[in-house]
Ligand binder design. Structure first.
Ligand code: PNS
Length: 168
């Protein structure tokens, strides 16, 4: 349970962000308009073999949002509601791209509400041109030699190029 009331101005945007896409950027910018402060919370150990480790994912997001003082970047482990309680956030922001996202997001939102009734989940729709984007597809396309320009921020493309160049 919460020991002190949540901060109505603070929302958390949690995710794996491996890597950050322009769809994520769109949702972060929209939430930064709605809330005074937004914490982009990177889940540690989301996948067994991520492209970028949590520190790299955080560094990338910080680089992209360097000019947005109300966008913070942190990592978290364990239950999202525990992290949200610790930050005293009032809301979790999630992006909804299509109906196919709905079932999973609905389950998560209701489970999180069961675990912490005071924490609201707020869904936001990204701009239409990003509705087909996912980190998984970006990685697949890039690793198979496809073009990802315009789908991820330039900083992400650079990090991906460096990662590819270091591959044995
Ligand atoms: O970007 P993703 O991978 O869809 O984000 C999923 C995320 C990080 C929001 C979800 O996996 C999560 O909250 N994980 C933390 C563990 C947790 O709280 N699980 C119960 C969720 S109901």
């Amino acid at each position: 349970m919460l020991t002190s009331p949540p901060d109505g101005r603070l929302a958390i945007f949690p995710g794996s962000f491996d890597p950050l896409t322009n769809g994520h950027v769109d949702i972060i910018l929209r939430s930064a308009h709605l809330f005074e402060r937004i914490v982009v919370a990177v889940l540690v150990n989301a996948e067994k073999k991520p492209l970028f480790d949590a520190d790299e994912r955080m560094a990338i997001i910080r680089e992209v949002f360097t000019e947005y003082p109300n966008v913070e970047v942190e990592s978290f482990d364990g239950l999202l509601v525990d992290y949200a309680r610790q930050r005293r956030a009032s809301a979790i922001v999630r992006g909804l791209r299509a109906v196919s996202d709905f079932e999973y997001e609905f389950q998560m939102a209701l489970m999180n509400r069961h675990l912490e009734p005071t924490l609201e989940t707020v869904f936001m729709m990204p701009a239409e041109q990003y509705t087909y984007l996912s980190s998984r597809l970006i990685k697949e396309v890039y690793q198979l030699g496809g073009e990802v320009r315009g789908l991820v921020p330039p900083a992400v493309e650079q990090w991906m190029q460096r990662k590819q160049a270091r591959k044995p």
